[in-house]
Write a new protein. Sequence first.
Lengths: 743, 290
Amino acid sequence: MTVTENPRTYKYVGTRPVRHDGLDKVTGKARFAADLDMTGQLRAALVRSPHAHARIVSIDASKAEAMPGVKAVVTGADFADLDPTHPEFDMAVNLMARGEALYNGHVVAAVAAVTAAQAAAAAAAVEVDYEPLPAVLTIDEAIAKGAPIANTTNRTLFSGDAEPSNLASVNEFGRGDIEAGFEAADIIIEREFRTAAVHQGYIEPHACVADCGQDGKAVIWASSQGHFAVRSKTAAALGWSTDRIKVIPAEIGGGFGGKTTIYLEPVAVLLSQKAARPVKLVMSREEVLRATGPAPATKITAKIGATNDGEITTLQSTMYFDNGSTKGFSALTGAMSVASYKLPNLELHAIGTVTNTARSAAYRAPSAPQAAFAVETLIDELAQRLGVDPIDLRLQNAVVEGDATAMGMPHPKIGFVETLEAIKNSDHYNSPVPEGAGRGVATGFWFNIGEQSSATVNLNEDGTATVVTGSPDIGGSRASMALMAAEELGLAVDRITPIVADTESVGFTDITEGSRATFATGMAVVNACRELIEELKQRAATIKSADVERVEWVDGAAVIEGEDRLTIPEITAMAKNTGGPLTATASLNAAGAGPSFAVHVADVAVDEETGETTILRYTAAQDAGTAIHPSYVEGQIQGGSVQGIGWALNEEYIYDSNGVMENAGFLDYRMPVASDLPMIDAIIVEVPNPSHPYGVRGVGETGIVPPIPTLANAIAAATGVRMTSLPMSPPRLLAAITGGADG
Amino acid sequence: MRYAAPTTTDEALELLRSDPDSQVFAGATDLIPQIRAGRPEPSLLVDLKRIERLVAVSHDNGTWTVGAATPTSALTANAEFSSAFPGLSEASGLIGSDQIQNRSSWGGNLCNASPAADSAPALIVNDARAVIAGASGERTAAAADIVTGPGETSLAAGEFIIEFLLDDPPAGSSDAYLRLIPRTEMDIAVVGAAVQLTLDGDRVASAKVALGAVAPTVVRVPGAEAALAGSTLDDDTLAAVSAAASDACNPIDDKRGTIQYRRQVAGVLARRAAQIAAQRARSQPTQGNS
Ligand SMILES: Cc1cc2nc3c(=O)[nH]c(=O)nc-3n(C[C@H](O)[C@H](O)[C@H](O)COP(=O)(O)OP(=O)(O)OC[C@H]3O[C@@H](n4cnc5c(N)ncnc54)[C@H](O)[C@@H]3O)c2cc1C
């Protein structure tokens, strides 16, 4: 379902063609990094620290090196010695420990051998002498007075402090007069919230193949959200120049932010260089969970004030986000994401902590879901206390264009009010709450980003086209690129082949993150198409000996003086005689990314004797600006909702007292399965972004922001119990229901 | 690691005798994940699924004979079996997912000896017996006596279960199995509760109650059985069933559930399973009428 304010009509944009990569994916033909095999290839295995924090006294690989099939061993000593102030220092130390193992699972050495079994056996035979050090495992331990230092290389960002500390970053910002704001309030609610670390849960474990040649150059086949970033990060970790590395993107089986950093590629390159053979390195699911990307655990206190008329007067919050072993994902974006309401008085503290747990990574709207859990729970309680409809209370306070964001800049044109109204008018919200169930609503948004993209459009001899970009396609973006090219050129979508090219075959392109690919790379495609159309008009003018000023581009053809038509195939057929191949390239640093707002509503039933929550109905509305391919917009909305639901109800990192993750597998790290979920009804709202030629707003991330508070609010409605810590799993919910206390 | 697929029980016994480091398997849905997780590989794997008796299901002279390697999907799809033992069928149908159930077996579920095995409590309340093949011939043991502790069974080296025997339940009987998992499938029971009971008119003539995942092995709950016997399942009885079930638990605190949670939920599930079993039994002809 689409609720649109879109004034334009399109021929291709907004249609739902089968994605170009679809058949290969459903038939198993698509090649992911772990599917690639090179002649003479070795398999590698990693040696990981069994300690949460330990000094590495010595590493003796002599036994491993003597084992059958073993061709190379590398340790931290083989890697570039980066200065701790280098922007890639934390990434580089995370992929190979130097001097200290900083968490259980931290890689301390790697082995390459002829078979995977030989590599695993040799990795187990590498002798590492550790001196265990005191470990810091939680936010509370990290900030306790006299706490041991989790990572002595850490200095606090934005503090100017030169001493090692357990704080990764401290940010403070706000406006107005916080005290006056509370004085003006008739109702003040304050709560503390806790959330556990959770994983992005991409289905494809990290994998790569590296092949280092005698010329000192390396080719890497990798699954990532950005192969140019794989190149620059690998170069940094190795101390190489970028021209020595070529990265070929494989298909990617999900990333959700977790594949914006790297773990394997520099290790595989060094092993390949030492062994003079290609090396393949593939993580197991257990390794993925133990040592890649969780989203931060949090502790958030939030205090909100409002008048009896429902005007929110003030918000004050202190948010701790645990970065893990080194600076991972920042607390700042969480604090920034509370700006859905007009807040005349605002005080936010965003603090990142460092602990001896896996380094955190970005996860879909990074840090916003945890912050939304706190703020949207308080808004719901306000509505409850005031006796007003929770959507009406939000409409009363919703930000519109020109209102201040958390950092103070004005919001651009946004569709928050329209999205609230879409839910308010939805069939779901207007149908009665099922007997015994509870209904909850919550909202969320994400800023989205622009950044750098490049695109080339090549017209083939027969008038078909190839659209070449550098944005790995993690959510159907190739189909969207083809649709935008189709719209510009007036060429049918099935005559366009969209591809993702390697780092040497397309201009630099930033990572597919921040919901930017369809927005920014799409804009590069549109610009390249527009340039190509100018060239096509020129060629048509040449063919017809007409003045180019008299040529127009209409519906996929050059129209000369309003009558004579030349189609793309007719022009490309003559290309050789009119100036050669038809191709155009565009690069940009896109400005004007449009924030996307979402409003979710859920009906849940809670078994008050077992603590089980069943989601009976779930509807999510989100502003897409313009939905280029509505199916993939709906897919993003549904996928984000489902990840948020898993985070809310069952997902959590469970560590034992030694910092060992106890549930490093999908059996006990409980992501939702299909039968746990109702159909997620997606409502696409279209308030076009004026900064994009078709009005696109990124839609990839916002969907994960509202589900946690949506379900917490629904559970409160069903049971009367306010859950303030995650996950709201059956044992915790039952304890809260029967004990009255929060789980 | 070698693989062998014998077609007779004698051939299987011979293979097991030939290599002390051999292991039988049926669906391998426990075996393969365990080896992948680092458990030492046996030197010889003996596949039981090619032996006809191990995958045969029959119903003769008041007794059901179910091959120990029969995929559980064959049981849930068997309408006659499922109406005779709805709870046992239900328990078998909860294992994993459709894909898992096309492989998973009772023999594997029981002999893997996980405290959380879903079919175990339901087999036990239905008085299932196991026919065991061994070097000195066949013997029969109660299903309740197979598992002795987590990962441990009473089977001697070289023995395996050929088939399970289940007598037709008396008229007026039925069973039920309920489990709690935090998801709807692909998970391991935090608590499982099986109840089998026989009605005599409005009253319960006899009942059996067993709990899974709350102790090192399946536990029978004599207190609940005694409370049910002779009762009309009134509220006091049901409260007593709950209390006895909670008391019978000897659980651990782990990532899947706390001690307190398991106790609480065991009481709830035992009570609900008793109600479901009774409701099902009521729709059967009672003893008095047969
Ligand atoms: C994704 C997934 C989900 C699962 N979900 C559940 C669940 O919900 N509930 C549940 O209870 N289990 C579950 N399991 C575990 C497993 O599927 C069951 O225990 C299943 O019944 C095992 O049967 P199998 O035939 O595959 O056993 P196998 O793996 O073949 O064997 C298991 C063990 O039993 C021994 N064994 C097998 N047959 C015999 C025999 N005839 N005589 C003597 N020893 C024998 C084997 O040597 C081995 O030690 C799940 C497993 C997976 C992978």
